[in-house]
Design a protein around this ligand. Structure first.
Ligand SMILES: NC(=O)c1ccc[n+]([C@@H]2O[C@H](COP(=O)([O-])OP(=O)(O)OC[C@H]3O[C@@H](n4cnc5c(N)ncnc54)[C@H](OP(=O)(O)O)[C@@H]3O)[C@@H](O)[C@H]2O)c1
Length: 199
């Protein structure tokens, strides 16, 4: 698929390098698409990756990954232009009690929003396999086809996608994950994964 990565930091850089390596085409949407940091990232990402402005990347992508600070969302949607029909993956998290999910769904207009890649640290996304068991990735959204496509993108890079339903269910999952983080991160640091076993 053609994937636009708006954001080329920890999450955008990690996911896009993996997607490019698995055969997808990626364009980073950046404020500085020709700078040294981007040139270095493109060297690491290989021939399937390119960089452009946010508008250029948004036009290129069938799928847009939003991997930016939540404070920038309004500006980025304005820069991106019309996203009707495109799949927008929202992995942004706010830590002030407000919902990044509701805000993105409001700003995204007629785009097809899927919430995913926000419940794992980038270190686990980069290396999701633990003794041959892959970490689960929770996915939600109202558009079943868009959710299936994003789940496929997660599986392509070795994650175990788990469809939790819609926004209300994801809000409960997020609450549980924050509670577990308080227990496990002092014990194991950031680099632990969760797996949902099911039959
Ligand atoms: N880090 C994690 O493990 C993790 C896990 C789950 C969810 N998240 C969420 O994912 C999002 C990204 O986190 P991150 O750790 O990847 O952040 P990061 O490393 O700081 O990267 C943020 C990226 O956003 C870009 N950016 C900022 N403002 C922009 C604008 N107006 N237009 C275009 N690009 C812009 C930055 O570009 P410049 O390089 O030009 O500044 C940078 O590439 C956050 O919402 C975070 O809550 C992070």
């Amino acid at each position: 698929m053609n994937i636009a990565s708006i954001g080329s930091g920890h999450i955008g850089g990690t996911l896009s390098k993996l997607w490019a390596a698995s055969g997808h085409r990626v364009m980073f949407g950046s404020r500085d698409p020709h700078g040294e940091r981007m040139r270095s990232l493109l060297r690491e990402a290989g021939a399937n990756a390119a960089a452009g402005t946010v508008r250029e990347a948004a036009a290129f992508g069938e799928v847009l990954l939003l991997a930016v600070p939540p404070s920038e969302l309004e500006r980025i949607f304005a820069d991106a232009g019309d996203l009707t029909g495109k799949i927008v993956i929202n992995c942004t998290n706010r830590y002030d009690g407000k919902s990044a999910d509701g805000e993105v769904r409001r700003l995204a207009g007629d785009a097809r929003v899927v919430r995913a890649f926000h419940t794992l640290p980038w270190e686990v996304i980069a290396e999701p396999e633990y003794d041959a068991i892959n970490a689960s990735l929770f996915v939600s959204g109202d558009d079943a086809e868009a959710k299936a496509i994003v789940s496929g993108l997660a599986a392509d890079i070795g994650l175990d996608p788990v469809d939790v339903g819609g926004s209300a269910e994801m809000a409960k999952v997020e609450e549980a994950i924050i509670a577990l983080w308080g227990v496990f991160s002092p014990l194991y640091g950031r680099n632990y994964g969760l797996r949902v076993l099911r039959r």
